[in-house]
Ligand binder design. Sequence first.
Ligand code: ZN
Ligand code: ZN
Length: 372
Amino acid sequence: MTITTSTLATNGRASSPIPSSMRALVLTAPHEHEIRDVPTPRPGPMEVLCLVEAVAICGTDLHIYEGRFPGRWPRSYPYIPGHEWSGTVVEIGPGVADIGMFAVGDRVAGTSHAGCGYCRMCTTGRYNLCENYGKEPIHHQYGHYSQGADAQYVVHSIKSVFKLPDEIDLPLGAMVDTASIALHSVKRPGINAGDVAVVVGPGPMGMLTADCALALGAAHVIITGSGERLQKALDLGFDVIDYKAEDPVAAVKARTGGKGANVAIDTGGTLSSIRQAVDVLRKGGRVAFTGVPTEGDSALPMQKIVLEEIDLFGVRANRNTMEEAIALIVAGRIRVKPLVTHTFKLEQYGTALHTFADRVDGALKVLVYPNE
Ligand SMILES: [Zn+2]
Ligand SMILES: [Zn+2]
């Protein structure tokens, strides 16, 4: 079924009845899924029910699908994933109207973390590190252990949805979470005016990270990688280094007067990309790690880290950067549209995941539309 904003009432719930069941992507075991009818969730206190417009597939989704985080993401099967999404509020839970933050008909972008709001990490703004992680209902991480958005409808805490301005097309709202992680990953090490930043990995996260580094004042951003994706980075106007054609560390030094980069951000999460991100730094450099490593622990060059006072920053998803990313997308400083290469219906999820994972036809970001 399709609900347009014109069919929606202005408060409470949509004038069209919300169906009692909905189509959803249901993971049943590692590497296995079904498209099934499941009960439509309803919003509790300070939650909203949204009609999902689009969901972007990310690397974490792939790892969740493959069962690489057993017992954690998801905790058990059956499970509905999906955490980078956009949609329209169709029902508000108790208390939401009282504070006036959201109303039926609002166009929103979702993000995964909803911290408890009480612990030290939450009250100091680091809700992505909530000390009550995993304790529903006061904590959620949607699409990781709480129900995700790969369905016609999804319920989120109002902590985890952000209004989209008219300038952002609703499907592209699914890219806001991705962009906000990129922004967090450059805010963690910090960008000083005029810095040289190296982004390791020319995937969607790498290109968004490069835009964010420029938005925060980097004078020169270099993306390292290879193949079709590096060509795309070049097409988007970035300076690039093909690590298969030349030694990336030597090439960065050559382009920075022999010094190296002030800041590096690894978006690959592989042992070699992590090492490269440290190796390209100059003395006093800072490095952030966005990709979640699944290959085991990396051997880092500890003498360089100690003797050159290298600062290391882990990056766990995002916090407090959704509204900032929305503003930078509207301003054209973070470019999300060129990164969306493919779209599919929910019923085609298997093909969508394969297209994303195997980079079919130069795939970068792949969107799934649960209501088409
Ligand atoms: Zn993601
Ligand atoms: Zn907390």
